[in-house]
Design a protein around this ligand. Structure first.
Ligand SMILES: Cc1cc2nc3c(=O)[nH]c(=O)nc-3n(C[C@H](O)[C@H](O)[C@H](O)COP(=O)(O)OP(=O)(O)OC[C@H]3O[C@@H](n4cnc5c(N)ncnc54)[C@H](O)[C@@H]3O)c2cc1C
Length: 443
């Protein structure tokens, strides 16, 4: 009876929290009006502002936009017209109406927006080349160029160049939703957080479907804390998820023995299903940079190489952040770390203007040798595993936390005061907690 009440209790709690936050948002809006009026009056005249061009309107890019538009002439470039909260996208496989909840229009009031695909950089003339549908090839001048073009993922998980508007994106998801709904058996290739979260969504909505996860690793989510791993495994096994672990797929990357009806393992064993999903990691979107700058800027896996100040190798006025770049800290690529990168980029850009020494990553932002390791792996709507360095919280409380992160982040990207305020406080708190209370092993 207690277990049966959890979904109701969770839905009720999130509804109540949403109501409170929406009311707070109105209060903050009112408080903000005189503050914004004062800022507009005291702002630098447009002609005195340096031009910052940000490519990629997601976690890293939008963090920079929110923190730079008051002092710089900011232009944001993206090939789609909306922000989509990737960590929440897997729920859309089973609940189509979740898509608008995790999508927001891009902020237009505070900076310029160019809808188009960045295709090259002329570093000598400080020009970004952008292919737009409406005006063809455009060249945008910059004093500083910030690259946050992130990564691509197999299937529909991340928006493609063809999904420029949210209605085009909805069309993709409508067919994905139908494909999964019709499938009686599902094969998920990859037992990392994405594969596990997808299985969690499917088994929560469709407990009758037969789901198999296969991975060459011996355990699910190998890179995560043992308490997280055991919680995930127990949860999936309880729902009769078939785990085929410790066996590689036949063929050689990228030509693996995977097709639309299943995959063949190296042992010759065939895993078949009505629907097959590849959850095997992401690829950086850096080819367009590699095409126009020296090849020393890009590593063998296609990531942009940055120095300790997050400047692109060899360029003082070009920064890279988020999934698209690789840095010596080798931290896991998350929305959270993309924003911590962005934080340092913003600080360093301002320091360049003031001719002050630049900060190094990550110490310059978090005051420690590594960023707090914060993650939340959901298991459907009502369960999750939350990690903050060594502290692990499993169960419905973690699921509420996941909802809170999602709701407030989408609000922040909509420039709603409650979202911006929540994350200004949360970022500071997480750095403080990571430094003094729940420390990383390296700090
Ligand atoms: C299924 C899934 C679940 C995840 N769950 C979590 C989670 O729970 N917590 C977490 O912290 N992280 C999670 N992550 C990781 C997180 O989503 C990424 O680390 C994060 O999105 C990286 O942000 P970014 O700003 O670097 O780039 P991205 O989010 O990849 O965005 C890049 C942007 O650049 C644009 N772009 C790309 N190329 C061009 C171009 N040439 N011209 C113009 N625009 C371009 C794209 O349209 C996009 O808007 C998850 C990832 C996946 C796939």
């Amino acid at each position: 009876c207690v277990l049966a009440c959890i979904p109701m209790w969770l839905e009720g709690t999130t509804l109540l929290l949403e109501g409170i936050f929406r009311a707070l948002n109105i209060v903050l809006h009112v408080i903000q009006i005189p503050v914004q009026a004062y800022q507009t009056l005291t702002a630098k005249p447009a002609r005195e502002r340096k031009r910052v061009v940000i490519v990629g309107a997601s976690f890293a890019g939008l963090w920079c936009q929110r923190n730079l538009y008051k002092d710089f002439d900011v232009t944001v470039v993206d090939y789609k017209r909306y922000f989509e909260y990737t960590p929440g996208i897997l729920r859309v496989f089973v609940e189509l109406r979740h898509l608008p909840r995790i999508t927001s229009a891009l902020p237009k009031l505070s900076s310029k927006f160019v809808c188009g695909e960045a295709i090259g950089i002329n570093a000598n003339r400080r020009l970004l080349q952008v292919q737009t549908k409406s005006d063809g090839l455009q060249e945008i001048s910059y004093d500083y160029l910030l690259i946050g073009t992130g990564s691509s993922y197999a299937g529909s998980i991340k928006p493609s160049r063809k999904e420029v508007t949210s209605s085009e994106r909805l069309a993709t998801w409508t067919s994905e939703f139908e494909r999964l709904r019709r499938a009686r058996t599902v094969l998920i290739i990859g037992g990392g957080p994405v594969g596990v979260e997808l299985a969690g969504e499917i088994l929560t909505k469709y407990p009758e479907k037969k789901v198999t996860i296969t991975d060459r690793a011996e355990d699910l989510c190998e890179a995560f804390h043992p308490n997280t791993r055991s919680h995930i495994k127990r949860w999936l096994q309880k729902r009769r998820c078939n785990l085929v672990l410790g066996e590689s797929i036949g063929g050689k990357y990228p030509d693996l023995a995977i097709d639309s009806k299943g995959c063949t393992l190296r042992s010759g064993r065939r895993l078949s299903a009505d629907a097959v999903y590849r959850c095997m990691g992401f690829n950086p979107c850096a080819k367009w940079v590699a095409n126009s700058l020296p090849k020393e800027c890009v590593d063998s896996k296609g990531f942009l190489i940055v120095n300790d100040h997050l400047q692109l190798k060899g360029f003082a006025n070009i920064f890279a952040m988020g999934d698209v770049m690789t840095h010596a800290s080798n931290e896991i690529k998350l929305g959270h770390t993309a924003e911590v990168n962005a934080h340092l980029v913003v600080d360093n850009l301002q320091r360049l203007e003031l001719k002050r020494p630049l900060l190094s990553y990550p110490y310059g932002v978090v005051g420690a040798r590594c960023t707090p390791r914060v993650y939340c792996i959901s298991l459907g709507k009502y369960d999750a595993s939350l990690g903050f360095n060594w502290l692990i919280v499993n169960g419905p409380i973690a699921a509420i936390f996941k909802w809170l992160l999602e709701w407030t982040k989408v609000m922040a990207c909509r420039e709603a005061p409650i979202g911006v305020f929540f994350w200004a406080v949360a970022d500071k708190m997480s750095n403080f907690i990571g430094k003094y209370l729940i420390k990383t092993q390296d700090s």
